[in-house]
Design a protein around this ligand. Sequence first.
Ligand code: NAD
Length: 500
Amino acid sequence: MGALEQVETGKQGLIISRNPATGEVLGEVREMDAPEVRAAVERARGAQKVWATRSVKERACSLRRFRAVLVKHSEELCSLIAKESGKTRAEALTMELVTTCDLITYFCKRAPEVLKPHSISLHLLKNRSSYIHYVPRGIVGVISPWNFPFAIPIGETVMALIAGNGVVLKPSEVTPMVALKAKQLYDESGMPPELFQVVTGRGSTGAALVDAGIDYCNFTGSTATGRKIGAACGERLIPCMLELGGKAPAIVCADADVDRTARALVWGGFANQGQVCASVERVYVHSAIYDELCEKIIAETSKLRQGDPCSDGVDAGSMTWEHQVEIVEARIKNAVDAGAQLRSGGKRYGQGLGFEPTVLTDCRSDMEVMKKEIFGPVLPLMKVADEEEAIALANDSNLGLMAYVFTDDRKKGQRIAERIEAGMVMINDCLIVYGAPETPWQGIKQSGIGRTHSDDGLRDLCQSRHVNYDRIALKRELWWYPYSDALYRQTSTLLKWIFR
Ligand code: NAD
């Protein structure tokens, strides 16, 4: 299967979706043009005006019905996610469906409190008072990638809806069928059908969405596309959230529990075939335990059961996109040519896009595999003299999404975590914080702008508006006209008295 073949354009303007593990055709979708995208935004806008008048609790009540429909159709949904993305059914269930249902539950409960107006007490202007209230932004354009074809677009959509917005979603051209299935289940749940629209197509359809009069852009994808979308939003003065690429480092201290760390890194590097923005992408191991950890990781990797993602008892499914497999092959070749040791995996298996979980040892910091995003099942390991060297190398990157620290000393772990230039750091585990919707999911450097999940992420989906009013109405205020020498003298005295 060639790179473009998998998302080939069939008849005029049709994109064909295939199962990456087998090549089976799953369906075809239309490549929508700019007028169609604009019409979808307008339809959503009509419904949003009504939706915004409903209380947050009423919106939550409706979204719980959507969750119930998702649960009712969970088997069907998991099968489709596994078929279209190549991840195992276990991953489809835990990483996509459970996380999304939990996110719906969490925000339905939490949103009324988070979006409630709150007052600000004024320390100087004692006769006045302020409060902040939250107004939905309007129409949120959600543009999403292929690695989590359900959890990312639907999680972002649900957050936007509960905040009172309408949503137009442009799913990845690699995995459009999952988004269309989610839309069908959404419609079945009795939610206002026009409020949430799905527009299918490639990058040009995404670009058309940014240009279609949306009020906020929620983008998850590569840094290269994020840069274009940020520029397009800047041009139109639309606020945006950009969740972009990662190159998560893992620092393994000399005192780390070697068995547990090996198991954690194997999972953190290979889950979802390494196609997670927060996958462990480079491991810096203290020289005192380097050899032992490498052997344990190789042993744990050899236990992984590869095969058809839709069969039971498979740990490692298929990669999703031919183009990504080619990137992974190039990264491995480049590393081996530069002197890295290929200790496990390194090649395709099966008829489709299966790729063996791959362990590279003896990596050096100047290798491409330690610098550029891999986004595939490759775990490159490098020996470091001490934690200081590991921190310096971890920070020597243009990306800063996630990082990991492994140590038996929690305080030391926190000290190291706070020195790492990443939006999120986990100590002694990997990835799972995406499933904690109360915490912010966020990148710094070129890994993104803004955040999703968390109270702040929900509020970002609203305009925060400030109202200031008089608590005590005076006949006139000190600072009004006419200005006088007396006013100047009094203010000058106050300045010296208050700020001395
Ligand atoms: P991508 O940037 O190629 O595509 C993402 C989406 O953007 C797709 O729907 C695509 O059609 C659309 N698009 C492409 N060009 C566009 C344009 N000019 N205007 C508007 N839309 C456009 O990314 P991908 O290959 O689908 O996903 C993989 C990348 O996503 C990796 O870099 C990964 O790290 C990143 N990612 C980040 C997070 C995060 O939370 N930070 C999560 C998942 C994936």
